[in-house]
Write a protein that binds this ligand. Structure first.
Ligand SMILES: Nc1ncnc2c1ncn2[C@@H]1O[C@H](COP(=O)(O)OP(=O)(O)OP(=O)(O)O)[C@@H](O)[C@H]1O
Length: 308
């Protein structure tokens, strides 16, 4: 993990999930290489990476669906077991639900697999929370994509797990249902649930998550607190101006997108934006000079392209 940009690492709490020295290959092709990280109790942790980076494979290893070639996984302080299984909730990328089952039967079935003796009250509450009460007698195969996703969400959370692992929780949801899932996740997290989610929705990661891990081609390329990572990648300046932009000191600038009268500048970490402003006022009339942290979307693209 020599080239990992790792910031805001652990400070001594006992992790609820810990992976170390993990390797996995399919048909001799490595898909996960030397994976080591931890997730702390009570955090919302994002798993990021371009398509095919290895996120789903890693989640399946954590859940004991796949075996790694080597390395260790510790969930809630011990190797995965039957007992741990009931303390975890899992929303898969795609569902493996019998399409002939009715919604109500389906929820009861999965709740019983999680050891719930009387799932009906919780099922009732969750059906109402996910706006699915009117569909309780519908067959799973007759649901829309967004409805099945909400059904899968119920199955993942009905037993109030300590750790909730979600593979693309917002996939296939309209904005209203995306908000419903997001608000529900934030509420569950406030109540103490640790949440781990793989997603391509960078704006949601920025808003919801505490820390992240990014994979690229099976290797960890970013790991740490969201704010620390954003700060470590420098700043962006949204500039409104009149005139012709001067050649700026390349020691301070990562990139400039000049749209004439408006430009987006990416500033190196540690460079003083005040110096850049001084350079600019000599040549152009400044209409706007807005400094902010770089977006995670921007950082994702930079890191993913670096690994090409
Ligand atoms: N069962 C399997 N057999 C063989 N190869 C597999 C299997 N599952 C995944 N792979 C390969 O492992 C690599 C990682 O796939 P994975 O699904 O873990 O990526 P991902 O990061 O979840 O991607 P996405 O964002 O597209 O969902 C890919 O090259 C994929 O083709």
């Amino acid at each position: 993990m020599d080239d990992v940009k790792s910031v805001g690492k652990t400070d001594g709490e006992i992790p609820v999930l810990e992976l170390s020295g993990l390797f996995k290959s399919f048909d001799k092709k490595p898909v996960l290489v030397d994976i080591g990280f931890e997730v702390r109790k009570g955090e919302i942790f994002a798993l990021l990476g371009p398509n095919g980076a290895g996120k789903t494979t890693m989640i399946r290893i954590i859940l004991d669906i796949f075996r790694p070639d080597s390395g260790k996984v510790s969930v809630l302080g011990a190797p995965f077991s039957e007992e741990t299984k009931n303390r975890i909730g899992y929303l898969p990328e795609e569902g493996g639900i019998d399409k002939k089952l009715k919604l109500w039967e389906c929820i009861r079935f999965f709740a019983s697999l999680k050891g719930m003796a009387d799932p009906d009250p919780a099922a009732e509450t969750w059906l109402s929370r996910m706006n699915l009460s009117d569909y309780r007698n519908k067959k799973v195969g007759e649901l829309s994509k967004g409805m099945s996703r909400r059904l899968q969400f119920i199955i993942a959370v009905i037993h109030t797990p300590e750790i909730l692992i979600l593979d693309e929780p917002f996939y296939g949801l309209d904005p209203v249902n995306k908000k419903l899932i997001k608000d529900t996740l934030l509420e569950l997290n406030r109540e103490g649930m640790t949440i781990i989610m793989s997603t391509h929705q960078m704006d949601e990661v920025e808003r919801m998550c505490d820390r992240l891990l990014m994979l690229n081609r099976g290797k960890i390329v970013l790991y740490g607190g969201i704010n620390e990572i954003r700060e470590s990648f420098g700043y962006s300046v949204s500039l409104g101006y009149e005139g012709v932009l001067p050649e700026l000191d390349s020691g301070r600038i990562v990139s400039i997108n000049d749209y004439k009268s408006h430009a987006e500048l990416v500033i190196k970490s540690g460079a003083d934006t005040q110096d850049i402003l001084r350079e600019l006022v000599d040549s152009v009339r400044i209409k706007k000079f807005e400094v902010g942290a770089r977006s995670l979307n921007d950082i994702f693209i930079e890191v993913a392209e670096d690994g090409q």
